[in-house]
Design a protein around this ligand. Structure first.
Ligand code: MG
Ligand code: ZN
Length: 215
């Protein structure tokens, strides 16, 4: 019997992630890993950010999905370069598939790369993809207990985007509770409240992101 320890697999992932980061650095590309549940509004957030960042930064996207190209088509429709990863059942991205997808990018024409992870608050937390920044997306319809219930994904993220704030009057979601829980787990993380469809909160988020890229 052969047993491969999960720790070893993660170590191999970390090495490839470092190679990805080195490649991104050499090309002057700032990479952002976008994580969150299915339906939390990751793609809609990207669409809203692109509208704000137009003319300031040149974005591209690596889309991770179990099946289909629905999100990639939405990104492409905005004229943003996109590479689709079809994970064929895998519930998260790892550094190796991101390395393969990144080979399909024209580094000369981009400076900000979003890697939209598979919708999942659990195992996406364990895989460094070679990004410079990880942002976690949580919508108001998912409940304000998620930071406590899924600590790893929040603890390792540098920003929390609370999305769909326009739905707040119809939910019992308490932004103060989630903010307090996030501050306890990740004191340095930025917290944004946005309604991507109406654009509320998006300019501030875009400015923050642009500042990160310039640095
Ligand atoms: Mg999506
Ligand atoms: Zn997984």
């Amino acid at each position: 019997m052969k047993i491969v320890a999960a720790k070893k697999i993660l170590k191999a992932n970390d090495q490839i992630a470092e190679e990805n980061r080195a490649k991104f650095n050499a090309a002057g590309v700032f990479a952002v890993n976008v994580v969150g549940s299915p339906g939390s509004g990751k793609t809609t957030l990207l669409e809203a950010l692109f509208a704000q960042l137009k003319g300031r930064l040149r974005p591209a996207v690596i889309e991770g999905d179990i099946a289909g190209v629905i999100d990639a088509q939405r990104i492409e429709a905005l004229g943003v370069p996109v590479v689709q990863i079809s994970t064929q059942g895998a519930c998260h991205l790892d550094a190796l598939v991101v390395a393969a997808a990144a080979d399909g990018l024209d580094y000369d024409s981009i400076d900000l790369l979003f890697i939209e992870n598979v919708g999942n608050l659990v195992c996406t937390a364990g895989f460094d993809l070679g990004e410079h920044l990880r942002i976690v997306v949580l919508s108001t319809s998912e409940g304000d207990d998620k930071v406590v219930k899924y600590p790893a994904i929040f603890q390792g993220s540098q920003a929390l985007f609370i999305t769909k704030t326009d739905l707040l009057p119809h939910t019992n979601f308490d932004p103060q509770r989630i903010t307090a829980d996030m501050k306890r787990l990740a004191p340095d993380a930025e917290i944004f409240q946005v309604a991507a469809l109406s654009g509320e909160g998006i300019p501030q988020a875009a400015d923050w992101l642009a500042g990160k890229v310039k640095r």
